[in-house]
Design a protein. Structure first.
Length: 247
């Protein structure tokens, strides 16, 4: 099993890895800020500024661009999700920009155990001193880790709450994504959780991606920024899903 526990007593190897990732997070925050201010950036200029490859820069603006889309809505959703996290809870946090926003809302907490395969979320959640368990595996361009072995041998943890993003939410396909390897990790974490919270803005309603995680009744709570369209809302209600509209 490939796990790394990130805590105050972490081994040197993990601290060194996190030191590299912290620098990467700072770089990505700078790029996101630039995108928000001037809406476009020149890759060659950024290569010279940060001293990294063009591919690294292209990946960072891709993530930063998505983070800037529906930014206020994602922040409101994240605040609402954070209120659902009880003191001392063990929680799973998915990859993606909305779940990263949730991690940011929890960054001041030091009483949680966070399990994630997303380096963005791991580093952000660790800021307040909370314990973070990182699921190991192959690093994807989105800075998440995927490993089929992890899904076959789940980590020995029990989650009070799993916080998921999604690529689409629809009546017929349920919760969908575009990446099959990450869906395997999400499915494994869902089996370890007492409750599943999906954090998704309204642009995900009635959208469908190729990879299905599960039907709507997998969701205990949907936290979103707008009331879903009536057919989807009725289907969620029939699935005993609570709907929280963040403001």
């Amino acid at each position: 099993m490939n796990l790394a526990a990130v805590s105050a007593g972490s081994v040197t190897r993990v601290s060194q890895v996190n030191g590299v990732e912290d620098a990467r997070s700072v770089r990505q925050r700078d790029i996101i800020r630039m995108l928000q201010e001037i809406r476009q950036v020149d890759v060659n200029d950024l290569v010279q500024r940060f001293g990294v490859s063009g591919m690294t820069i292209r990946r960072a603006p891709a993530y930063g661009s998505r983070a800037a889309v529906q930014e206020a809505e994602k922040a409101a959703i994240a605040r609402a999700v954070a209120k659902l996290v009880e003191p001392g809870a063990a929680i799973g946090i998915d990859s993606g920009t909305t779940c990263h926003a949730v991690a940011a809302q929890l960054a001041h907490r030091n009483d949680l155990t966070v399990v994630t395969n997303a380096l963005h979320a791991a580093i952000t959640a660790r800021a307040g001193g909370t314990r973070v368990i990182v699921l190991g595996g192959l690093l994807t361009p989105e800075l998440s880790l995927v490993n089929p072995g992890t899904t076959q041998e789940p980590p020995p943890v029990h989650l009070d709450l799993l916080i998921l993003g999604c690529g689409g939410l629809s009546i017929d396909r349920g919760i969908t994504y575009f990446d099959p390897a990450e869906v395997q990790v999400r499915s494994m974490l869902a089996r370890l959780a007492d409750r599943v919270v999906v954090a998704a803005d309204h642009t995900k309603f009635d959208h469908k991606k190729a990879m299905v995680l599960g039907p709507l009744d997998l969701i205990d709570v949907l936290v979103t920024d707008q009331t879903p369209p009536e057919p989807l809302r009725n289907a969620l209600t029939a699935a005993d899903t609570d709907i929280v509209v963040a403001t």
